[in-house]
Design a protein around this ligand. Sequence first.
Ligand code: NAD
Ligand code: DAU
Length: 328
Amino acid sequence: MRLLVCGGAGFIGSNFARIRARDHGDDVVVLDKLTYAGRRENLRDVEHRFVHGAIEDPAAVAEAIDGADALVNFAAETHVDRSIAAPDAFVQTQMEGTYALLEAARERAVRYVQVSTDEVYGSIEEGSFTETSPLNPSSPYSATKAGADLLVGSYVHTYGLEGAIVRGSNAYGPYQYPEKLIPLMVLNALHGDALPVYGDGMQVRNWLFVEDFARGIGRVLDHGLPGEAYNVGGPDECANIEVVRRIVELTGADESVIEHVPDRPGHDRRYSLSSDKTRALGWEPQVRFAEGLERTVAWYRDNGWWWEPIRSGEYRAYYERQYGRALG
Ligand code: NAD
Ligand code: DAU
């Protein structure tokens, strides 16, 4: 099929585009604004046509969507800490951008998949969220993602758009921008920088290897029902402090580099998804967290060409603002 991948120069979108072009033979078009998080290098081994533009720009969307059978929307501002510091770009991309894509998909009867997050359900102390759990987002990031989900639902209900939503848990793996927990800790450990753990570090996340997430999204694209949401959760839960200790072991760093720093405002304690509905489509995660983390540490260790320009650019200034200290 001809597949438009919005936000395909980012972490999950580029992994998804690679799998669809390589394993499914899809004719991939990527539409991406190339924010700090989007990089052409992420797609260097992916056959695709690239359109540089914002999803909230109808002209760029029209150019990219021409002839598409389906559209998968990954494009978003994605980092919770940045949403707390400056929510405006989150509202613009998630709300206005999703709106522009929905309009274009509706006019042309293009199948639509919205990539969303477990964070729209909020925090859960025990048990797991299903797709019918109420939306209860905590941060500007998750609130704008929930708003986008509701807008997608309204286009299905009102205009008969053939649209579905995929809600994934915490993804990790190659090509993830180092503002996120795992790559940040891996690169800091490899450089001898402190590892900043928010609060007590007992917050729990449901870790999902990026290729498993990409395959789950593909399953919904190929077999999901219009109007439905599908959870795609990782096979293992782990407290942040345990993740960081394991990274210390895998990188050969010293435990003394772990440093507890002030907690994130409004920090969600635990996320957990039930993915039975997506499993019923024939998907299941293949990579356990222990294996995926080893593979991820090895990838960052071996791919300095990818992260060296990042650690010397915008990321350094961001890191100083966020953590009140410079990277070494
Ligand atoms: P990312 O930050 O790595 O990449 C986002 C991509 O979107 C970048 O290429 C960026 O340039 C592009 N983009 C941003 N604003 C844009 C705009 N206005 N127009 C066009 N392109 C724009 O993000 P990611 O971690 O790959 O996340 C992809 C999607 O998956 C997001 O929708 C996110 O909410 C969702 N998600 C992420 C996770 C996770 O753990 N990373 C988990 C569940 C869901
Ligand atoms: O759950 C899915 C979500 O996972 C996605 O929707 C988001 O786009 C993605 O950013 C991610 O959100 P989190 O806030 O869970 O991920 P992050 O990597 O920022 O943080 C993971 C946990 O680690 C969280 O409890 C905060 C903590 N943390 C994070 C950083 C960056 C630290 O303790 N120290 C840090 O320096």
